[in-house]
Design a protein around this ligand. Sequence first.
Ligand SMILES: [Zn+2]
Ligand SMILES: [Zn+2]
Length: 364
Amino acid sequence: MSMDITFLGTGSAYPSPTRGASALVLRREGEGWLFDCGEGTQTQFMKSHLKAGRITKIFITHLHGDHFFGLPGLLCTLSLQSSPDPNKPPVDIYGPLGLRNFVWRAMELSHSQLLFPYVVHELVPTRDQCPAEEFKELSCLDRDDVPSEEAQGRIVHLDPVENSYLLVDDEQFVVKAFRLFHRIPSFGFVVEEKPRTGKLNVQKLKEIGVQPGPLYGKLKNGITVVLENGITISPSDVLEDPIPGRKICILGDCSGVVGDAAMKLCYEADILIHEATLDDTQEEKAREHGHSTPKMASDFAKLCKVKKLVLTHFSQRYKPSAQIGEGDTDITELKRQAESVLDGQEVTLAEDFMTIEVPMKKQK
Ligand SMILES: [Zn+2]
Ligand SMILES: [Zn+2]
């Protein structure tokens, strides 16, 4: 199954002609999951090879404008492009508490009626995810005003044992959120593919005397079979090792993680997407604003032994060497800083419309 990641916006704070505000799409078999939806995300879609109509799930890392101001507009355009279909499954939207009210209010005030249903799954943050003075108690924010039938939703609390939020658990994937520290509560998401059943060892089956047929299917599905001659064959006798799933971690803005879940969940990830808003010489300023530098991102990647680190969410002052003007800094400096921590491991700097393939894994 093919899987890839396309960046639609890689700039911080606001969209510019060279870097859109935060947005990226994880694509798997034609279906798209959107992570963050900064202002202008819908036009970035149009400029890319992706189709916004394929979006089935939207994940919002935190409620700073550069990560979700594009959401009402994108939803309205998706509705314009769709036809009424009572059987259409809802678009799932995941994000911090308050998001459901925002989406519903935006639709209500603009008299926009979406032709498809949506469900907002709100994550309840904890107080230690931001400076004390920034924490807003949103638990009863106009809650009663939102008619439940128009804006379906559910509240997801932190699992106190796992220290994470379980968001999706289907046949192929598990998606969990974990807590990050930022100026306001922010989250990271880990998308983990479940392992696939290994291949049947046909040679071995022939040797035992099992001919191709329905028994093959049963064994592949994990069912023990008994042959006419009384011999019992369990799947583990004839299946090769399972193929491990892929793991992708996408972090929202942060100057660090909260609790030990982030490290556990991101451990040995195939791809870690981490912000690096400012360069290493600006670390104090970065921390003050709840952001990271290349070194901070690399330190976390190293701790988690991730296979590939991709940096994004750059201050608009960092430019490619060809575009550097007054007050700008060469962006490749951030790559150098990140790689210097990772003992020669290559670090990728995200650019708008860059696509990264996530290849299938091999058997262990
Ligand atoms: Zn941001
Ligand atoms: Zn932010």
